[in-house]
Design a protein around this ligand. Structure first.
Ligand code: G6P
Length: 312
């Protein structure tokens, strides 16, 4: 019997969760994807949080038990009645009835904070941009979209840091893939959207055979797309890096590896201009187009499709 395939995308505030989620949903076809944001499971509204002196990042500030219960229901294909938190007003709205589609993407702050929740995902992604980049993204989003001033955002980041350290960042250890977009230079404005990506690939799920990359023996290819061994949170991992200045030809070789036994992905990559890939509207409204983003979306989609082959 088929059941939905569940992808987790976890990371700190403004780490790029919504942007990546939108991109993957585009590749899979929005009609096949249900997106759940775990901010909806906040226990207190904005005013109450300020009164109590608790941040949205603290487990006690979230109905993690209900979130976990909903995840297990979605995993077996059952509908849920999901609460709704409005970022616009900072209050709750009436709950909505949600039936899971073929794929479910669950994005949020504390998605891997309980063992039960962790067990509900087929693929677990953790987003870890450098903190300086995250701060710039957060200032941009929260001033443009959520009505805060730059000073308020910076102060909020400072207040939340202890909770980020204690509750958010440790979740990295439960992920199958850690995604870090980072600018080639420190000045984000100058990079013109061309971020590099560093992908930590844990052996918890079967990854495509990237070893072929080092067999190409093409110096330029190897310099813009690299595979190596490293340790992450003291465990051995593979690391795949793609630079923002990689050429289309180099990217195509990597696409070829990802699409080898995936006709659905191959179709998408063959489509002229690859409109879906790596071109997503960021939460601040601008369109970001980059090969590192495209390949990250493809890799995660690859894993969701693989899970379909295994479980459906
Ligand atoms: C952060 C998170 C949000 C969370 C919010 C709550 O900004 O990224 O996803 O819901 O904190 O704070 P708020 O600004 O809505 O009071």
């Amino acid at each position: 019997m088929s059941r939905p395939i569940i992808l987790g995308i976890v990371g700190d505030s403004a780490a790029g969760k919504t942007t990546l989620t939108k991109g993957i949903a585009q590749v899979l076809g929005p009609e096949n994807v249900t997106v759940i944001c775990t901010d909806d499971y906040h226990k207190y509204d904005r005013k109450q949080r300020a009164e109590i002196g608790i941040t949205a990042l603290h487990p006690d500030c979230n109905h993690l038990d209900i979130m976990q219960q909903h995840l297990s229901q979605l995993r077996i294909g059952q509908p849920i009645l999901k609460p709704v938190y409005s970022h616009k007003t900072g209050t709750f709205e009436p709950p909505v009835y949600i039936k899971p589609s073929k794929f479910v993407i669950v994005e949020g702050l504390l998605g891997y904070s309980t063992r039960g929740a962790c067990e509900s995902y087929d693929v677990k992604v953790y987003l870890a941009p450098p903190e300086s980049v995250r701060a710039q993204w957060k200032v941009k989003r929260d001033t443009q979209k959520r009505g805060y001033t730059e000073e308020q955002v910076l102060e909020e980041l400072r207040k939340r840091e202890p909770d980020s350290e204690q509750f958010i960042r440790p979740q990295r250890q439960w992920s199958d893939i850690v995604v870090s977009f980072y600018p080639p230079s420190d000045d984000l404005e100058q990079t013109n959207g061309h971020l590099n990506v560093r992908l930590v690939l844990r052996p918890t799920i079967p990854h495509p055979d990237f070893l072929q990359i080092i067999n190409y023996g093409d110096g330029s290819f190897e310099s813009a797309i690299r595979l190596g061994l490293d340790r992450d949170m003291s465990k051995p991992v593979d690391v795949l890096e793609v630079d923002g200045h990689a050429t289309l030809e180099q990217v195509n070789k990597l696409e070829h590896i990802l699409c080898a036994d995936m006709p659905y992905l191959k179709n998408i990559c063959d489509r002229e201009g690859n409109p879906e890939l790596g071109k997503v509207a960021g939460t601040t409204g601008e369109t970001i187009q980059s090969y590192p983003l495209a390949l990250t979306q493809l890799l995660i989609t690859y894993h969701m499709l693989k899970a379909t082959q295994i479980y459906q």
